[in-house]
Ligand binder design. Sequence first.
Ligand code: BJ8
Length: 378
Amino acid sequence: MLSLPKNFESYDEKRRNAFLALYDVKKKGKKVVGTFCSYTPTELIHAAGAIPVGLCGNSEQGILEAETRLPKTLCPLIKSSYGLAMTDQCPFFYFSDGVLAETTCDGKKKMYELLGEIKPVHVMKLPQGKDQALAVESWTEEVRLAAGFLEDLLNVEITEEKLHDAIVYRNRVRRALIELYEVAKAKPSPVSGYELTTVSESADFHFTDDSLIEKLAEKTREFRHRVRETTPDRPRVLLTGCPNTGLREKLIHRMEDMGADYVCSDHCAGPRTLRFVVDEDKDPYEALAERYLKINCSVMTPNGGRFDDLKHLVSEYKVDGVVEAVLQGCHTFAVEAWNTKKTVYEELGLPYLRIDTDFSQSDRGQIETRLGAFIEMM
Ligand code: BJ8
């Protein structure tokens, strides 16, 4: 039976409100499916009549609890996601009917085994590289299997027509999000990157409805016409590396307070991935497989496309320097950082700063000192 968690009353207001919002959605009979990664074909979830919700943890909460089962040295994103889920603190996981996940990094895919003890979890087997023999064929098969999982889980049929409609809808959301991000191409940007990404990230990772595209377009218009008190000579920063939603305060907010403009991120949910749309005119399963395999993430090998994307974004967004955030325990991004640095320094001739961090506040002072020196250098 549908109910709120036992500890509901002890949660802070923001968390209680998030629980109540989803509780309402569920009471109306809507189904919810959790996701963790940009490789998840969310079109399948829409076509199954359910709402996709992002489950990636992005704060210190839940980490201590997670460390009773997971290694302390594991990436904070994985620990926080699992810790919030196991303690019923994540409303999105709590109300999810199931989870659609992928074999991306080792830590995540092993965590999914433990998560599967709490909820139904389907793990899609992602190819390790897009040039791997039969990569598109095997991923197409995985997309079909995922559809089968959702049909069984939610007791629905995913027809080609519903899937086609979902593809068209998600392509429209992608285009609307790109237009929103592109507001920051203006020099100076009329809006702070912190504010702009607050809008875009909540749109892409929280439950959506039909008015989403219009809301995004409205925000884009509002931001474009905003007159911001700023100076054209503020250095423009691109943020690369691991997903950075858990670093918004200590990295993004501080950077902007200290005099730089955060104009672009090349993380997997940003413009570099959104520009890939799904072909609306071919077999939907194959079209989804092809689109999602284009994503350039460090879990792929080789992953040279990420650096082409980076160079492209640096030029489009007129970037003056690149900051790379590497989360503790993230080997794939940590190893790739060597090539990011080479690309930024040697090919683009721009300053580069690597910050290794986690979701704690203990390194705030150190980060500020390094950011200050970096901003002065640009
Ligand atoms: S498409 S970036 S969401 S895998 S969890 S790899 S930080 S050790 S999140 Fe990711 Fe998909 Fe790629 Fe995007 Fe490292 Fe942590 Fe793993 Fe992480």
